[in-house]
Each structure stands twice: as structure tokens, then as C-alpha cells.
Design a protein around this ligand. Structure first.
Ligand code: AMP
Ligand code: TRP
Length: 325
């Protein structure tokens, strides 16, 4: 039997090249070897205020992005989180074994809650428990995510181990899959911070749906480090970040990239990088337009049914173990 993958992204903001290189690209690469579940996590999205109409639209748009990126519905299950109510149900059970202290340590909560626990939503606080439920419902072996989700994965493992210890073997303990290169693509404007959907400065991120002009401008404006060489050097994070994007999109090795730009200046490098990104995103953007709402429905409905058949088995066994059914 194939091992199982679960991963997801939130239908908020606009997906950027960091989401693609850190997560989606690996989802696509792993779907042959694993039985994969790729979820659009709309319940996570409402942990921060969303416009309902926009949220509904973005949920479908994200399905289009998964498909355009190369997730094949013949191989992988694509579904919307809220179509499988077991996600919310398991969250309640796991909330009863999760501890305040461990959730308070989550850096994403501290960042998104802006350190103000009086004002932060309770959903933002329990967000990682919902994420653990997503993963554990499918008896997941591997969770491909970017670096920023590592802490949530550790919490998921802790909750699964605690439940198994207290109630008997129930959940598979999942492993994170964090790619060695590309797990933390940085902002083009502030290369000490990750590229982020919620960054107020849109120039920091290359969005997957940006047009060619915008991409070229953003890359030209990207901050660089002192010095002139185009190489992978930890003390020069801006150039390293840009070169990482080039490396992952071209499939070249690190040393091939360095040789390729040896003796060339920043101007030349940025022009070539912009062309590479534009050429990569062009066919992707064409594919996004291929899926109308009916085509999506024909993928998402059976996706939810398949997901639900597995999730409901796990939930039944959980209810039995805790003495509820
Ligand atoms: P999100 O957009 O927060 O739902 O994230 C979707 C996926 O993209 C998650 O697996 C994140 O870890 C990953 N991700 C988000 N930002 C970055 C980034 N700057 N670099 C690499 N991966 C990222
Ligand atoms: N929290 C993840 C993020 O913001 C999204 C997510 C929700 C997820 N549930 C998941 C990722 C389960 C992997 C597995 O990026």
C-alpha cells in the first residue's frame, strides 16, 4: 500500500512563488509515490476576518491553482476542508487534550495575534489543533510544507502521541517533509522576513498571477547585498534568495547556477531571473483559466466524498476510544 500525504493551503490573499516553491511544487512531485490529499483549508481562513463573498471565490480560485500547478485529480484527492465536517469534529476532541501552554508557544499565533491575547480570536489560538485534525484524520505519513509550518507539525505529532498513549493506538504519527532548498523563500524587499501573503508591501512577493511587467519590476526593485558576486552565501541573504528562486525554477544545481552567472553583474542576473520567472508562470497562468466552476465541481465533489470516507472511519474510532460512541 502507498504511504499517505496530506497538505493544504489557505484560500486567503494571493499565492506567491514561496508557496509554490516551498509547498505546491513538492505536492506535485510526490503525488505519484504517495496517496495524496490536498485540501483547501477554508476553516483556517476564517481565523482572521474574511469577506464571505471573497472567501467563497478564493476557495475555488485556490482549487484552480492546485490544478494549474500540476496536481492531477486522477492521482490525488483535492477537496475543500468544510466539505468534510469531521475536520471540525475531531478538532473539538483534540482541543480537550491540547494544552494552553503548548498553543501559547506557537510562533504563528504570536505573530498573527500581534502578541495581544486579549484581542486575538480564539480560533487563531486553536488553529494548530484544526491543522492537527486535518492531518491525523487521514492517518497521514508525510506532510509536505514550508519551514514556517514545522512547529505546527511538531504539535500534531505531540497530540497524536498523547492520544495514542491515553486511549490506545489510533493515529499514525506523521513526518514533516520540508524541502532542503526553498522551504523559506524570503521577501524581495526585506530578505530577513519570509515572503508572505499578508505583507502590506506587495513588492516583497511575486504572486503566481502577477503579469510579466509586474514581475519584472518587482525583481528589478528587489534589494541586493553589498558586493558584486552572484553566489550562494549565507551572509548575503538577498542574492542567495534570488538565486534560490532561479535554481528551483531551472532545475540547475547550486554550482551550475554560480558558474552560469560567474563574472556577470546584478543587472544581468535580474534580467535573466525575471525572464525565467515570467516564462515559468506564463503556461501556469494559462492553465488557471482552463477550469470553470462546473469542471471544479466535478473534481471537488468526488474529492470530498473520498476524503470523507477515510475521515469518518478515523473519527468513529476516536469517538469509540474516548467513550462517546
Ligand atoms: P499558506 O499560504 O500560509 O496557507 O501556506 C501554504 C504553504 O506554503 C505552507 O506549506 C507554507 O509552509 C508554505 N509557505 C508559505 N510561505 C512560504 C515561503 N515564504 N517560503 C516557502 N514556503 C512557504
Ligand atoms: N497551516 C497551514 C499554513 O498556513 C495550512 C494547513 C492547514 C496545513 N492544515 C494543514 C498544511 C495540514 C499541512 C497540513 O500554511
Amino acid at each position: 500500500m502507498k504511504k499517505r500525504i496530506f497538505s493544504g493551503a489557505q484560500p486567503t490573499g494571493q499565492l506567491h512563488i514561496g508557496n509554490y516553491l516551498g509547498a505546491l511544487k513538492n505536492w506535485v512531485a510526490l503525488q505519484d509515490e504517495y496517496e495524496s490529499f490536498y485540501c483547501i483549508v477554508n476553516l483556517h481562513a476564517i481565523t482572521l476576518p474574511q469577506n464571505p463573498k471573497v472567501l467563497r471565490q478564493k476557495t475555488l480560485d485556490l482549487a484552480r491553482i492546485y490544478l494549474a500547478a500540476g496536481i492531477d485529480p486522477e492521482k490525488s484527492t483535492i477537496f475543500i476542508q468544510s466539505d468534510v465536517p469531521e475536520h471540525a469534529e475531531l478538532t473539538w476532541i483534540l482541543s480537550c487534550i491540547a494544552r494552553m501552554g503548548e498553543l501559547e508557544r506557537m510562533t504563528q499565533y504570536k505573530d498573527k495575534g500581534k502578541g495581544n491575547s486579549e484581542r486575538a480570536g480564539v480560533g487563531l489560538f486553536t488553529y494548530p489543533v484544526l491543522m492537527a485534525s486535518d492531518i491525523l484524520l487521514y492517518q497521514t505519513d508525510l506532510v509536505p510544507v514550508g519551514q514556517d509550518q514545522k512547529q505546527h507539525l511538531e504539535l500534531t505529532r505531540d497530540l497524536a502521541e498523547r492520544f495514542n498513549r491515553d486511549f490506545g493506538e489510533t493515529f499514525t504519527i506523521p513526518e514533516p517533509f520540508i524541502p532542503p532548498v526553498g522551504a523559506n523563500i524570503l521577501s524581495l524587499q526585506e530578505p530577513t522576513k519570509k515572503m508572505s501573503k499578508s505583507d502590506e508591501n506587495a513588492n516583497g512577493s511575486i504572486f503566481l498571477l502577477d503579469d510579466a511587467d509586474t514581475i519584472t519590476k518587482k525583481i528589478k526593485r528587489a534589494v541586493t547585498d553589498s558586493g558584486t558576486e552572484i553566489n550562494f552565501d549565507d551572509s548575503r541573504p538577498a542574492i542567495k534568495n534570488l538565486l534560490t528562486i532561479f535554481q528551483l525554477l531551472t532545475g540547475k544545481s547550486a554550482s551550475e547556477c554560480e558558474t552560469h552567472f560567474a563574472g556577470k553583474g546584478y543587472g544581468h542576473f535580474k534580467t535573466e531571473l525575471a525572464e525565467t520567472v515570467v516564462e515559468f508562470l506564463r503556461p501556469f497562468q494559462d492553465r488557471v483559466k482552463e477550469f470553470d466552476d462546473a469542471a471544479l465541481d466535478a473534481i471537488l465533489k468526488p474529492g470530498a466524498e473520498k476524503a470523507r470516507s477515510i475521515a469518518s472511519d478515523t473519527l468513529k474510532s476516536v469517538y469509540k476510544k474516548v467513550g462517546i460512541a
